[in-house]
Write a protein that binds this ligand. Sequence first.
Ligand SMILES: *[C@@H]1O[C@H](CO)[C@@H](O)[C@H](O)[C@H]1NC(C)=O
Length: 782
Amino acid sequence: AASIFPVVRNLRFVCIIVILIAGLILQVSDENELTVDMAKVGLTQVPKDLPPRTEVLDISQNYISELQLSDISSLSGLKVLRLSHNRIQRLDFSVFKFNQDLEYLDLSHNQLQKISCYPIVGVKHLDLSFNDFDALPICTEFSNLTQLNFLGLSATKFQPLDLLPIAHLHLNCILLDLGGYYVKENESESLQILNTKSLHFVFHPESLFSVQVNISVNTLGCLQLTNIKLNDKNCQVFIKFLLELTRVPTLLNFTLKHIETTWKCLVRVFQFLWPKPVEYLNIYNLTIVESIKQEYFTYSETTLKALKIEHIKNQVFIYSQTALYTVFSEMNIMMLTISDTNFIHMLCPRAPSTFKFLNFTQNVFTDSVFQNCSTLVQLETLILQKNGLKNLYKVSLMTKNMSSLELLDVSWNSLESHRLEENCTWVESIVVLNLSSNTLTNLVFRCLPPKVKVLDLHNNRIMNIPKDVTHLEALQELNVAFNSLAHLPGCVSQPSADFFQSCQKIKSIKAGSNPFQCTCELRDFIQHLGQLPSEVVEGWPDAYKCDYPESYKGTPLKDFHVSPLSCNTGLLIVTIGAIVLVLAGTVTFLCLYLDLPWYLRMVCQWAQTRHRTRNVPLEELQRTLQFHAFISYSEHDSAWVKNELVPCLEKEDIQICLHERNFVPGKSIVENIINCIEKSYKSIFVLSPNFVQSEWCHYELYFAHHNLFHEGSSNLILILLEPIPPNSIPSKYHKLRALMTQRTYLEWPVEKSKRGLFWANIRAAFNMNLTLEIQIKKQPST
Ligand SMILES: *[C@@H]1O[C@H](CO)[C@@H](O)[C@H](O)[C@H]1NC(C)=O
């Protein structure tokens, strides 16, 4: 093992080095790829101090009028040169002599009239469109541009074989700007375009369409025409222009962009295209002018599959809606998209229709659309996004006869569900229903297609998901994000109980961005989450945050922790019960074994006494001292006290307070004891096993020890009359125990000989404070 470790370490070292070198190479190549962006900075000529390693140079939208060899000859690595929107009038292509890597050259939107030819062999994208060329700027040298992919051109005059030099190239796209075209008298022009996949014509944006060049194509997949202005008069010119172009059977895609036309001409264009091979017809930015009247349209057999019209501006204000809508509704095609218009309606086709896909996004359709319509029998997808639909019940009614409908998108409408009086009548075939971004509430769950698999209800006003979801047996995906849900749906939050019954087929649920109440219920959910397949709850955990309680606002649900105690009532009750029991036990123990009530009573008494005497000055208090000593003893020891101790002390002129002798009638025993102790300078305790047994003695000891002047044990004189076995003192009399262990007591000797010393000790204890004694002697005794 010892020999393996250095190898491992070395391997790691090598790996790090390799990664470092790779990073370095990447950085270097990044630095090599040099882009200089000087677009729109007001240049009048190409800057002189460009880095020689420049690969991408953007100097478009400036005022450059000339491009010379010296400008770019040093940029040998130049790949991309953008020079559009400048003022270049002449260009000699030999200036690119030293730019062997040039692939992309954009010279569009200049004022080029002439170019001098030179083959720039590697170029793939060459844009010469939107210039002032008269004839097409095609050099014979262009025949060598075998890499050419895109070619942008502009011209006003055409010869049939203008494009012959490039006839053998396989281009992807030719852009032909015909903005400067004008009609020539006595001359019919034509142009042959041989090989390109897509062809894009741009006409003059302001003038009426007038191009009369007869353009023929060999193979063409895509045709796009931009800027077309038509009226009833020049409509025929346009259709004639299209005649040759649309003849090729390969043309499947046809796009018109920025087209302004009369309704009559538009219908004629449709009619013209109907029998053509075009399959996809797209119209973007359509403006209808003059008038809309009923036009007859023959829906002959067509290969057209899809018509898409996006953004229609209608400049006709009074017209027959029926005339407009009928042309579309009767179309014998599969797919129709009409979006971003002010159309308020669409008609139900008169006969069983071929439509499979209808997209009417962003119009102003109302609930009346397709009501009682039973001819859309093949319709599979209906998109009514961003319209003015309001009544969910009516939407369900609309689908009633659409027996093939699988996907219905009515998102971004104003659909409400709080006025659902009747039962909804959805067609059963609906599998995907998009009801997102409406104002639906919980009641929506009463009105759903029974076999829906994917249900999008995000961004509505749902506050909770009722158990009714159970009837949606096929539901697989549910999106209820961005609602007002305080809780997760039952089948998710309590999967163990409900999951297999209520949403057994659910594969995914999206419920993020709701104002969740982080409560105990949610805690259960978080715990159960582990039992679900991880992809079931989409967007977990980031989109799921607490909204309530305030202290948890914004906390991700996954980080929401609450103690088991606050969630489980049973546990809470048990805990409180246990605490109460322990407390009760403790109190009982204290009362029984440590005599707590006794101590409380004593403390009370003592505190009261103390309170009474608090404001009495010391001298006053001292004046109340009437005795030298108070004697506490057990009744059983009274013989010794009366026969031995008292006579002996009184012989020495020591005045004694005996509670039975100096008893003040009308006061309680405790008060009498306190009274006696307070009026005495010292307290004598006669200790014996009898004393230990007497409760009163303990009281007296307790009070004496807490005497007002002589706090502590200095005022106590303990006489041990008979030995007390240490274990015989009950633990509650800890005061006595403590004094006993300190051994500060005087033992009554059994032998008579020792008794002299004993009395001497007693006397000594009284001789210490003479001044006080004098004071005491002066006072009259009671
Ligand atoms: C529902 O429509 C919204 C847009 O309106 C879209 O973002 C969402 O993906 C659609 N839902 C489904 C399930 O297709």
